[in-house]
Design a protein. Structure first.
Ligand code: GAR
Length: 195
């Protein structure tokens, strides 16, 4: 079996990154994690990945004259790793159309809501403010519209009395760590077609 080569883009903690790394340790998983790229040098996930022998790169958008140049260098870095699939895992920058189109069908994201509900930020706070009874997470293809691409997998969690954004996000995160590796497996194995 030839395994798909996967890069993970992060901005912070990297717990979803770690879930993907763990899943890819199985010999029958159809993808391997070949690199982790962060737009923040201080992202804790970068050190976590490096400590496991995974190639890492850190690129700050502020060091580039334009977003397009920043994203061109991101693509060059990913291509230097010979990447087939890009997984956004808490990558907290909106990506430009050229970058997204370049990776169309080969780039997926995990988002902490049941899309199309709560695109963007502060999803847990917004679900609580709406008195939602059910919340969750979605893995979806990345398209130029923010959090608008076709969903691959979703998982629901109940919103419980007394929940705070922290307790709710912790419950959602458990499901994120379950469905993200499964969605990557589906894409890398060809079980779902790229867009
Ligand atoms: C995750 O909850 C992920 O769903 C969310 O950021 C967190 C990153 O945590 N992503 C977004 O909000 C994207 N819009 P992690 O670094 O521990 O994976």
């Amino acid at each position: 079996m030839s395994r798909k080569r996967v890069a993970i883009l992060i901005s912070g903690r990297g717990s979803n990154m770690q879930a993907l790394i763990e899943a890819a340790k199985a010999s029958d998983f159809p993808a391997e994690i070949v690199g982790v790229l962060s737009n923040r040098a201080a992202a804790p996930g970068l050190a976590t990945a490096a400590s496991q022998g995974i190639a890492t790169a850190s690129l700050a958008q502020s060091k580039f004259p334009s977003r397009d140049m920043f994203e061109d260098i991101m693509t060059q870095t990913l291509e230097s790793w010979d990447v087939d699939i890009v997984c956004l895992a808490g990558f907290m920058r909106i990506l430009g159309e050229d970058f997204v189109n370049h990776w169309a069908g080969r780039m997926i994201n995990i988002h902490p809501s049941l899309l199309p509900l709560y695109r963007g930020l502060h999803t847990h706070e917004r679900a609580l403010a709406d008195d939602a009874k059910v919340h969750g997470c979605t893995v979806h293809f990345v398209t130029p519209g923010l959090d608008e691409g076709a969903a691959i997998l979703q998982a629901e969690v109940p919103v419980l009395p007394g929940d705070t954004p922290d307790t709710l996000s912790a419950r959602v995160l458990i499901e994120e760590h379950r469905i993200y590796p499964e969605a990557l497996r589906m894409l890398a194995s060809g079980e779902i077609a790229p867009l």
